[in-house]
Write a protein that binds this ligand. Structure first.
Ligand SMILES: O=C(O)COP(=O)(O)O
Length: 223
């Protein structure tokens, strides 16, 4: 059995349009210039306050965060979808008997809502997000990785981290976990290869599934 921790944004789901719209809403309300989609997308992964501090400036985070959260809650399901291969991979790993978690810097409540909306929650044993009183951490805090391993009830050498950003790699390194990254989120494969050996960078979940787990989708042949 393997214990596999999946990041959420850019790894299993695409929620970038919703995040971009919510950042732009907060910036508009405060009177700041709006960031474009590509700029917002490239900053996601460190949690909402980190994204907002990069895009609005540290001094505006306190005002921007509630505005972001309000708008995000209103449009949370409008532009969210599972990334190609996400459902198939989770289902296939579950069928092998692996224990699966989502380990994200998104708010835990929003994470549960989105996973349930997309029907991905049925394959997951553990869902770990931010903003919970009992777990006031975010990636790459080593305490957050330790908390995730505790929730998974496994040792670091039994666990694998799958993510899309340097935050995920740093969270894995903070707990001595092996990490693989997919280039479907905030960073390109070329950018990710600056942080980790290129054998651990995959263009998408299908390539990761084949190279890391030896899994390939069945090809339907109809006569
Ligand atoms: O920064 C975020 O809110 C998203 O975080 P994630 O990439 O850990 O899912």
């Amino acid at each position: 059995m393997q214990y596999i921790l999946f990041d959420l944004d850019g790894t299993l789901i695409d929620h970038f349009t919703t995040i971009h719209k919510s950042v732009a809403y907060a910036q508009r309300e405060i009177g700041l210039p709006e960031s474009d989609y590509a700029t917002v997308r490239a900053t996601v992964g460190g949690s909402v306050p980190i994204t907002l501090s990069k895009l609005c400036g540290e001094a505006h985070v306190a005002a921007a965060e509630p505005l972001f959260r309000k708008h995000f809650a209103e449009i949370i399901f409008d532009d969210v979808f599972s990334l190609p291969g996400a459902e198939w991979l989770l289902k296939s790993l579950k069928a092998r008997g692996d224990k699966l978690a989502v380990f994200t810097n998104k708010y835990a409540g929003d994470t549960r809502a989105v996973l349930s909306h997309l029907g991905l929650d049925q394959w997951l044993d553990v869902i770990i997000g931010t903003g919970e009183p009992e777990c006031p951490y975010r990636k790459p805090d080593p305490l957050f990785t330790a908390y995730a391993l505790e929730q998974m009830d496994c040792a670091s050498d039994e666990a694998l981290m799958i993510g899309d950003s340097p935050y995920d790699l740093a969270a894995a390194e903070a707990g001595c976990l092996t990490c693989h990254l997919v280039a479907t989120g905030s960073h390109s494969a070329e950018e990710l290869s600056e942080y980790i050996i290129s054998e651990h960078v995959h263009k998408d979940l299908y390539e990761l599934a084949e190279k890391v787990f030896g899994l390939e989708p069945e090809v339907c042949t109809s006569k």
